[in-house]
Design a protein around this ligand. Structure first.
Ligand code: DGY
Length: 328
């Protein structure tokens, strides 16, 4: 029997399937696993099932020279030293299923609508019994209809956002990515633009890039200055893509109209001053937290493991090059 270490309990029935065939140990507490326990679990197991909150660096990888694979319960895998794991011949898998695409694309709109229509402010206002009757100017917001949406990063989630924006809300879509996709442009009447043009022309900007060296602080003080005063920034990708301190300053000065954030540069910590701002809507990295997505992610994480253990290549392998030089 293969020994599988899971760093936190997952929703749904998928883990039960693993337990039927293998020895599964789960870190029992509902919190991020402490480093020591993570190292202990890795030493013990053949296969690691981990989360985006677990830093899988050289020390963790070296803790077990016989580690067969790392199954990450997330689409993003910036928590793992992929280069080192690949050198060590360890396959890494992730969970980019359709449900997570839908969940994150929907959450992007939840943030966009919440911040532009001032939903959170309005809710607080109403609960505080400040509503004294209808007024022509009370809590006025901005519409999405007819506005320009700038998508940075045209992966599956970025595409899911474009689909909903163009077909559902009548938004004009422009995008920027490291590569151009002419089929996408035709299908969604979208326009490829350089980053500076996107920053200058969008009413809403939404980020869907992975966290890489090249995307860290992709949006900083300089980029925020290029945005329209009336525009909104939405981030459901990874926190460090935005220079959060610079964003707080831009929001304070009303250099941009607002922001909707699900991820933070040093999460779970927030940049000083962020929570005091009215023109920002904050959610705690829950864009994929739907019953559908989180249980599909668990099935994907488990099926990835079962595929690798039965000698196949998992469908969702992050480092397929590992199979070229690898033997595991
Ligand atoms: C992911 O899967 O990378 C998401 O950020 C989880 O919400």
């Amino acid at each position: 029997m293969v020994k599988i270490f899971v760093t936190r309990n997952l929703p749904g029935e998928a883990i039960a399937k693993l337990k039927k065939k293998h020895t599964v140990q789960i870190y029992p507490k509902d919190k991020v696993i402490p480093r020591k326990k993570l190292l202990k679990g890795v030493k013990w197991c053949d296969v690691l099932l981990c989360l985006l909150t677990d830093k899988i660096d050289k020390e963790v990888i070296d803790a077990n020279p016989n580690l067969k694979m790392i199954s990450n319960y997330a689409v993003g895998f910036n928590n793992i030293d992929v280069k080192y794991a690949t050198e060590k011949g360890i396959p890494i898998t992730n969970t980019p299923g359709q449900a997570i695409v839908d969940a994150v694309a929907e959450h992007t709109f939840a943030l966009m609508l919440a911040v532009s229509k001032r939903v959170v402010e309005a809710d607080t206002f109403t609960r505080k019994k400040k509503y004294r009757g209808w007024s022509p100017t009370l809590l006025m917001g901005t519409e999405l209809t007819g506005k320009t949406l700038g998508i940075i990063g045209l992966g599956r989630i970025g595409t899911g956002v474009a689909e909903r924006a163009g077909h559902g809300l009548g938004m004009k879509v422009i995008y920027h990515d490291v590569r151009r996709d002419k089929k996408f442009e035709k299908k969604y009447k979208a326009q490829f633009v350089p980053l500076n043009k996107l920053l200058k022309n969008s009413d809403f900007i939404t980020l869907h890039v992975p966290l890489l060296k090249s995307t860290r602080h992709l949006i900083g003080a300089k980029e925020l200055k290029m945005m329209k005063k009336t525009s909104f920034l939405i981030n459901t990708s990874r926190g460090p893509v935005v220079d959060e301190k610079a964003l707080v300053s831009a929001l304070k000065k009303r250099q941009i109209a607002g922001a909707g954030l699900d991820v933070y540069e040093f999460e779970p910590k927030l940049a000083p001053g962020l929570t005091r701002l009215q023109n920002v809507v904050l959610t705690p990295h829950i864009a994929s937290a739907t019953i559908e997505a989180r249980s599909e992610m668990a099935w994907d994480a488990v099926n990835n493991i079962l595929a690798v253990l039965s000698g196949k290549k998992a469908a969702k392998t992050v480092n397929p090059e590992v199979y070229k030089k690898n033997n595991k």
